[in-house]
Ligand binder design. Sequence first.
Ligand code: SF4
Length: 378
Amino acid sequence: MPGLYLHIPFCKQACHYCNFHFSTNLQRKGEMVEALLVELEIQRHYLQGAPLTSIYFGGGTPSLLSASELERLFEKIYALHPVDSEAEITLEANPDDLSPDKLKALRDSPVNRLSIGIQSFSEADLRYMNRAHNAAEALSCIENALAAGFANLTADLIYGAPTTDDAQWAFNVQTMISLGIPHLSAYSLTVEDRTALAHMVQKGKTPPPDEDAAARQYEFLIDATESAGYAHYEISNFAREGWQARHNSSYWLGEPYLGIGPSAHSFDGVSRQWNIAHNAKYLQMLTTAKDGEALWYEIETLTPVQRYHDRLLTGLRTIWGVDPADFPSPFREHFLEKIRSFLQQGLVETYNGRYRLTRSGKFLADRITAWRLIFGAK
Ligand code: SF4
């Protein structure tokens, strides 16, 4: 069930922890929309005419798109692709962009799901992360989005920041639950290379995230969401019955997707490709591109070993796990041999013939290097 991803590579300001691709110079946003339209046209056959079951505007900050820019992108998408009548159409939004007018414009567009970058309801956390919104906006934007008719809402939270004590974290999680949003994603604060946070930690201006606090807060999150009826269906994702993210689930289930825009990735089941993560070069390459020329992306045909590792490492992180029968020989035998020690340590369990992480396994899953070493993945 293929999905379409569009990367909108602009943000009002740089969050200290973020290593996604974006620019805070918005001057070329209009040109970028034109280039996305060109790339959509050139890549129109990538998914071989299969109906789109999900469309995802990510970034960056897609809520910076104007109503007319969004309309032009949708016109092109619908002209080039059949779109399933039940397709999940998500747009990532930042709280400070979600004015009543913006929410109305989004409701009048095909967007039927918002993913809001809340991160915290604490002023101290938001300042520490250098978010563009404040605590009052974090709360009011969810209330306003629900009131505007966006029942299908998800929001992101970050735990483990030095400014986030356990009481604040409990407040953040309970506030999300009490607001009634059906889906929640939560990530541990990590210090990524070449970010302001890495620089601050290196200079001793801020302590690194406290791993013990992060583990406690993750545990609280799992308990609180479970008691409130959310399924923990992927390491960082929680949903009420029937509200799991279709687009992200398709990544974890190894389904094809087309990515448009700087730094976007695509996968057709056989090869993966990734666009250049540089706005000016992407614009230049797309405006001079001719149909059939591939100048703005690199491509790699996956070996059977890579396909096995990708399927294994993403599948194990989900509630659906992996089925050894899906792996051809000799990978099936390799899997069954290597997984034994994880079963013995209680990190993995079997469920209807499938293998998935236990609660303790989820705590260790982000130490993915260990898994990669044992399974030999690159
Ligand atoms: S708004 Fe999102 S993409 Fe932009 S800098 Fe912040 S975390 Fe990164």
